[in-house]
Design a protein around this ligand. Structure first.
Ligand code: HPA
Length: 234
């Protein structure tokens, strides 16, 4: 058992899907996995291990924001030896050519989080990157499913409500979308020598103010989960 995860040694698979919302972890486990067993419910952050197409796989909530995902990602890699971590989340689109329900793969994760400064000191602006093998596999899977993913740079912000951030500048420099966790996941995966990937569906649009209906959210979420599961078992 680690500080925030109740699993015993061996109860977590070496590959894991990481939604922010713990109830999404429950949904994924109950809908897509066979023989899923809950291994943790500390703070209601639920985690399950089961199998997908015969391959052992786990799924666990991370909570919102880099501080929260950092706790779970660290314990999963350091204490349970997890080697492949795929975040499955939603994001807000920041460019006109990105549409609601698009699937996005974060090739890189720009951030305003202090995690980079805290680790590297003042002069280094480390670039948190996806694992290329996972990225390629996920992209190929998205093409196979007929929903080619958009691949590029996203921004992992510290504040959901942020009146000061310059979104226009970020867009001008190619940032496709905004979420709140991936830069932390990529940086910690590099530290622990693990593979990490961030996959998202666009749930809202910052330029137009549009948002998915609950039904649209569910369908596009399921499409993304298929991409993530097929990638995780390779
Ligand atoms: N901001 C931050 N995180 C998000 C958003 C957003 O607009 N949409 C989904 N995750």
């Amino acid at each position: 058992m680690s500080l925030h995860i109740a699993a015993r040694d061996g109860e977590i698979a070496d590959r894991i899907l990481l939604p922010g919302d713990p109830l999404r972890a429950k949904y994924i486990a109950e809908t897509f996995l066979d023989d899923a067993v809950c291994y943790t419910d500390i703070r209601n952050i639920l985690g399950y291990t089961g199998t997908y197409k015969g391959v052992r796989l786990s799924v666990q909530g991370t909570g919102m924001g880099i501080p929260s995902i950092s706790i779970y990602a660290t314990e999963l890699m350091r204490d349970y030896g997890v080697k492949k971590l795929i975040r499955v989340g939603t994001c807000g689109a920041m460019r006109k050519d990105i549409r609601l329900r698009d699937v996005i793969i974060a090739q890189g994760a720009t951030t305003d989080s202090s995690i980079i400064r805290n680790i590297f000191g003042g002069s280094i602006n480390y670039a948190p990157l996806a694992d290329f093998t996972l990225l390629r596999q996920a992209y190929e899977q998205s093409v196979k499913q007929g929903i080619p993913a958009r691949v590029g740079n996203i921004v992992s912000v510290d504040r959901f409500y942020d009146d000061e951030i310059d979104n226009d500048k970020l867009t001008q420099y190619g940032i496709m979308a905004v979420e709140m966790e991936t830069a932390g996941l990529y940086t910690l995966a590099a530290k622990y020598g693990a593979q990490a990937l961030g996959l998202f569906t666009v749930s809202d649009h910052l330029l137009t103010g549009e948002a998915c209906t609950p039904e649209e959210r569910q369908t596009s979420f399921d499409d993304m989960i298929h991409i993530a599961l097929e990638t995780a078992i390779q």
